[in-house]
Design a protein around this ligand. Structure first.
Ligand code: NAP
Length: 682
């Protein structure tokens, strides 16, 4: 047995106990930050039993930020949810959200993908070892394990008591579920109350009973769900029945009797494939940290698994902890960063436990609860009530962690090397987690737009045609302000233009976010007719060039972006006030802007089912840094056209575009927005 390191570096920076979804997500996050992680798990092999798990919007964001959703592939929508068995469409939390509603993913699949990610990022996973003791020695934690040799399938059997092994970790995180050994061994106070009600669950083959969804019958509650493989999941609760103390799973006979009592149906001839009981225990540790030992997931809180909230709460705990623990380990923050984790997640846990308890009362209460259910159902007819409850369950109403998610790929820097990367600290503006393409953002209105979108937290692709140094300057300005951007070069209006643009765009997005999802497109790049060119002088070549850059390219950019565009995405086309007033010098240019307004109109309708808005913004004369704006007389003359008697600044337009990109503008689509400072007022 190797002796643990009691001086010098610990065996691992972080020992994570438990390789369920919470432990594996945390391990991946820590490893992504360069932390040496060791995961200890008593099951020799991953669980094989798993039906669908429910993932809520906030958890989907967490998984998307880490590239895990891409790995999982498309997930089926879980349909509307419920609150205490009363129908509640969780998409109402934020109908425009990219992951509005709830999503289904088998837990085995989620675990497999999280494990694959954690291992790729450098986490070590030791299975078949059960934690028996641990001791916080002040500078490290001593962890003692024994060979467990258990699998989920022989959970109560299996050999045990083999080799003892000790190891040390600078920190230990218990992600070992509601019966957490870490919690007990470290002496956490687990406050709350024990079970008052219990629900029996079974997957049964060979029965043919009607499907039921949270049916409250005379003697109890019954749910029957048919799985695609022909088996049936039954869940039953007998009103007023005391929870039993039992060593393992309930007997099938118990389920059969309860089911018969509540529904009058006999399922005794069926074959039970899986039996389980859960209750409405409500407990939560009073602190999520004791010295160098922390808890996440069910280890920190026990609750009835209503509507999948337990798993989501746990995954969100892990997401809130990884970055902070990495900061602490790298010496970039003190213990206060770990207390921040407690301060953020304890109230969230308490609130979730309260809503679960309320749901449990509504769901499992006997006839005495009926008046309350009636009043509650009446209240739930109000959209504001439904939205509030949906936000509570989906996690969208919760404060967001102030530490940025880890990069989706392995860290470039060696573990613990100091980093000054700005993108590790979040800006958390209105467009946090969004990605944007701004064409022609090396200068002028495009640059100002890229800066404003980035200031709101978006990762911006700064596109340009040829002026690389100007594009680099835009990126530097964004980064100086703590934002994130990358450059994409592609000349528009030439064959292969859109293809080249998306090659660079997709590569840039993938490297930084792990996905190619695009939230915002600003079609800004354009060429103008040289001044003084009369309509008589416009050549077919010049006309074609104007249309190729200003109209054809934006159309095909939108078309090419369709599969990348997120639900609730935004397309903003930069038009011109010249589509509303006559200026013969600019007839050909204005025609191209008329065309881009048609993109707005028709795509607005086409993309509305996906919650994507499409709008046109029409600037008037706007200072784009061009030489004419250095001539005071010319500027004074141009200023007379605006009701405000000044020329527009690029940021005047950029602010309007940025507003259209936010959630607040979700109800505007197909619109022509004049941003000309009242030029059209006459
Ligand atoms: P600008 O300063 O002239 O900048 C044009 C941008 O578009 C640059 O980033 C340029 O990239 C890019 N670009 C030009 N031709 C391109 C091509 N063929 N392929 C790819 N990129 C190309 O523009 P602006 O004056 O700010 O105007 C921005 C938008 O507002 C345009 O749609 C324009 O029609 C509209 N608008 C402007 C005004 C105004 O007074 N400024 C008024 C009404 C409407 P490089 O730097 O690499 O050349």
């Amino acid at each position: 047995m190797p002796a643990p390191a009691t001086s010098g570096p610990a065996d691992a920076d972080a020992v994570v106990v438990g390789a369920g979804p919470v432990g594996l997500l945390l391990a991946g996050d820590l490893a992504a930050h360069g932390v040496r992680v060791l995961v200890v798990e008593q099951l020799a092999r991953p669980m094989t039993e798993s039906r669908a798990s429910t993932l809520h919007s906030r958890t989907m964001e967490v998984l998307a930020e880490r590239g895990v959703l891409d790995r999982l592939g498309p997930l089926p929508n879980g349909g509307p949810g419920h609150f205490g068995g009363i129908r509640l469409d969780l998409a109402e939390a934020d109908p425009g959200h990219r992951h509005a509603g709830q999503w289904k993913c088998p837990q085995t699949r989620l675990e497999a993908v999280l494990q694959e990610r954690a291992v790729e990022l450098g986490a070590r996973i030791r299975r078949g070892r059960r934690l028996v003791d641990l001791a916080d020695r002040g500078d490290r934690v001593l962890v003692e394990t024994v060979t467990a040799g258990r699998t989920a399938d022989d959970a109560e059997g299996g050999t045990e008591g083999g080799t003892r092994e000790r190891m040390t970790g600078s920190y230990v995180v218990g992600c070992d579920g509601w019966q957490s050994t870490v919690r007990t061994a470290a002496g956490f106070e687990f406050a709350g109350r024990g079970p008052a009600r219990e629900m029996l669950r079974a997957d049964v083959a060979g029965i043919d009973i009607p499907a039921r969804r949270f049916e409250r019958l005379e003697h109890g509650l019954a749910t029957a769900h048919h799985w695609p493989d022909g088996t049936t999941r039954v869940m039953v609760h007998v009103y007023g029945a005391e929870p039993r103390t039992r060593a393992g799973a309930p007997e099938f006979d118990e389920v059969v009797q309860a089911w018969a009592l509540v529904t009058g149906e006999d399922i005794g001839h069926g074959t039970p494939l899986w039996l389980n009981a859960f209750d409405d225990t409500r407990r939560q540790v009073t602190r999520y940290r004791r010295g160098r030992i922390l808890l996440a997931g069910d280890a920190a809180h026990a609750q009835m698994p209503v509507g999948g909230q337990a798993l989501n709460l746990g995954l969100q705990d892990a997401a809130a902890l990884g970055g902070r623990l990495a900061e602490r380990l790298a010496g970039r923050a003190g213990d206060e960063v770990l207390d921040d984790y407690h301060d953020e997640r304890h109230p969230v846990g308490a609130r979730t436990l309260t809503n679960i308890q309320a749901q449990s009362a509504l769901l499992l209460g006997g006839p005495e609860i009926e008046p309350l259910r009636e009043v509650f159902a009446e209240l739930m007819r109000f959209p504001a009530v439904r939205r509030r409850l949906a936000r509570m369950i989906t996690g969208l109403g919760l404060p967001r962690t102030t530490v940025a998610p880890p990069p989706a790929t392995a860290p470039a820097q060696p573990p613990h090397s100091p980093t000054t990367e700005k993108d590790r600290t979040s800006t958390m503006g209105k467009l946090a987690d969004k990605t944007a393409l701004v064409t022609g953002s090396s200068r002028g209105i495009g640059r100002a737009t890229a800066q404003r979108l980035a200031a709101e937290g978006a990762l911006v692709a700064v596109h340009y045609a040829a002026n690389e140094s100007a594009a680099r300057e835009t990126i530097e300005l964004i980064e100086k302000d703590g934002g994130r951007a990358f450059g994409v070069r592609a000349e528009l209006g030439v064959p292969g233009d859109v293809h080249e643009l998306f090659l660079g765009l997709e590569r840039g997005l993938k490297e930084r976010t792990g996905t190619t999802t695009l939230d915002i497109i600003v079609n800004n790049a354009a060429v103008t007719t040289p001044t003084g060119v009369q309509p008589e002088d416009v050549t077919p070549e010049e006309f074609d060039r104007l249309f190729a850059v200003n109209a054809k390219a934006p159309f095909f950019i939108v078309q090419r972006a369709l599969p990348l565009l997120a639900e609730g995405g935004r397309i903003i086309n930069i038009s011109s006030g010249l589509t509303r007033v006559a200026n013969p010098d600019q007839v050909a240019y204005s025609m191209t802007k008329g065309a881009i307004e048609q993109i707005t109109l028709h795509f607005a309708r086409h993309l509305a089912p996906r919650g994507i808005t499409v709008n046109s913004v029409a600037p008037g004369i706007t200072n784009n840094g061009g030489p004419v704006f250095d001539i005071p007389e010319a500027v004074a003359q141009m200023a007379q056209l605006s009701a405000f008697k000044r020329v527009g600044e690029a940021v005047d337009v950029a602010d309007v575009v940025t507003f259209l990109a936010t959630h607040e503008a979700r109800w505007i689509t197909g619109a022509f927005i004049d941003a000309s400072g009242g030029t059209l007022l006459g």
